[in-house]
Design a protein. Structure first.
Length: 405
């Protein structure tokens, strides 16, 4: 199968991390190859809100108000990645490379009820949630390209998160952990929008002098806070053009979907585009990414993307990062900003405390104790600002371990 398809697997496995080059367990039976890989990561996270949280309409901000009025929280939790175990089966038949893939992502925090990605109640007799992010098939070859059908990570903003140095760590720590979820935020909502996992049908071209093009459709996604589900008449569309030349990488991707709101409140078209570039100069690696969107929202796909009446909110953001690897230790820093605009004057009057800007910087140290075990520590400073001037600021420190196989 093509390198593009293998790249789409690594967000769950963490195999792209320089500190954790894990090889999958591989078994052969006749013409079939079975693979298993995954990770377990666990961190102590201490999060502190620097002031009692102000009421700001946002998802994934600096602080999360809790009923006890506490501004400091501690947690033993997963980081940006949940734990994972993934199974693949591949073969070649009549000149076609075919395969299937299943990815299961459990957490370690107690978060009963609803989606494990949205948090729950941390009580005795509870359990963690299982997140099934990947179920897909692939078929094709080096001459014709590769088709991918099923549920997998999206294309829009994928390159930002897969290159985030906090992938094995924590980054922004969800404000506090009164309501734990299976993952932290990393830099999601602080420089890029989460790519998400989508039911999709894609085609990726063969590599042409290091360039590949992927085009596809995906199951249309309802806005997170919409409430009432609506039927969508057309699928979503996405695409990505990527180019690799030695230690240089450049990509651009887009996402487009028609949104049909309940009670004919007003249909509109969401659209987002991004550009990501990466370059390596010996032990130093630099990354920059930028996105611009209308009706896509902030933090997650179609989160706060409109005013509820069919009027789109524009958003944009950028993410920059520099890392330096010395022997088995990587040190790095990244900074990101995500902005969200009002749809119109009526929107501003109705929601004066809508989030205007999320920003964050993270400093991190990642030491490869073995080829598969990384010990790490991070410090992140996070700020959320509303259009009415309200601000929340928090910091979190985390230490932990990331073990891949």
């Amino acid at each position: 199968m093509s390198k593009t398809i293998h790249l789409s697997w690594v967000l769950g496995a963490g195999a792209a991390l320089a500190s954790a080059q894990a090889a999958a367990v591989e078994l052969k039976s006749g013409d079939w190859t079975f693979t298993v890989n995954g990770n377990v990561n666990v961190h102590y996270i201490h999060s502190s809100c620097e002031s009692h949280p102000a009421p700001i309409v946002t998802v994934g901000g600096a602080c999360t108000p809790d009923s006890g009025g506490e501004d400091n929280t501690s947690s033993i939790s997963n980081g940006l990645l949940p734990a994972s175990i993934k199974f693949g089966v591949t073969t070649t038949q009549l000149g076609y490379d075919i395969g299937v893939h299943f990815g299961f992502y459990p957490g370690v925090s107690t978060n009963d009820g609803g989606s494990p990605n949205l948090g729950g109640t941390n009580t005795a007799l509870g359990t963690t949630g299982l997140d099934v992010r990947q179920v897909f098939m692939t078929f094709g070859n080096a001459d014709m390209g590769t088709f991918l059908f099923g549920r997998n990570f999206g294309l829009f903003q994928f390159d930002a998160i897969i290159n985030d140095m906090t992938l094995p760590g924590v980054g922004a720590g969800n404000g506090n952990y009164a309501s734990p979820s299976n993952t932290s935020l990393g830099s999601i909502g602080f420089g890029y929008i989460y790519t998400d996992t989508l039911a999709q049908m894609n085609y990726t071209t063969p590599s042409f002098y290091g360039a590949t093009l992927t085009l596809g459709i995906f199951d249309p996604v309802e806005p997170l806070l919409q409430g009432t589900a609506t039927a969508e008449s057309t699928p979503g569309f996405h695409g990505k053009l990527a180019w690799t030349y030695g230690d240089y990488y450049l990509s651009t991707s887009f996402l487009s979907q028609k949104q049909q709101l309940p009670n004919d409140a007003g249909d509109y078209n969401s659209f987002g585009v991004d550009v990501t570039g990466k370059a390596k100069f010996g032990p130093v690696e630099l990354l920059a990414s930028y996105y611009d969107a209308s009706g896509v929202g902030t933090t997650g796909l179609f989160v706060l993307g409109d005013d509820g009446n069919g009027h789109k909110r524009d958003s944009d953001g950028y993410f920059v990062q520099a890392t330096w690897t010395i022997a088995k230790t990587k040190i790095g820093a990244n900074y990101g900003v995500s902005k969200l605009d009002y749809a119109n004057a009526a929107d501003a009057a109705a929601v004066p405390n809508l989030v205007e800007k999320n920003s964050k910087y993270t400093l991190g140290v990642y030491h490869a104790l073995t080829p598969n075990l990384t010990l790490l520590g991070e410090f992140s400073d996070v700020k959320t600002e509303a259009h009415d001037g309200a601000e929340n600021q928090s910091s979190n420190f985390n230490v932990g371990a990331y073990l891949s196989f």
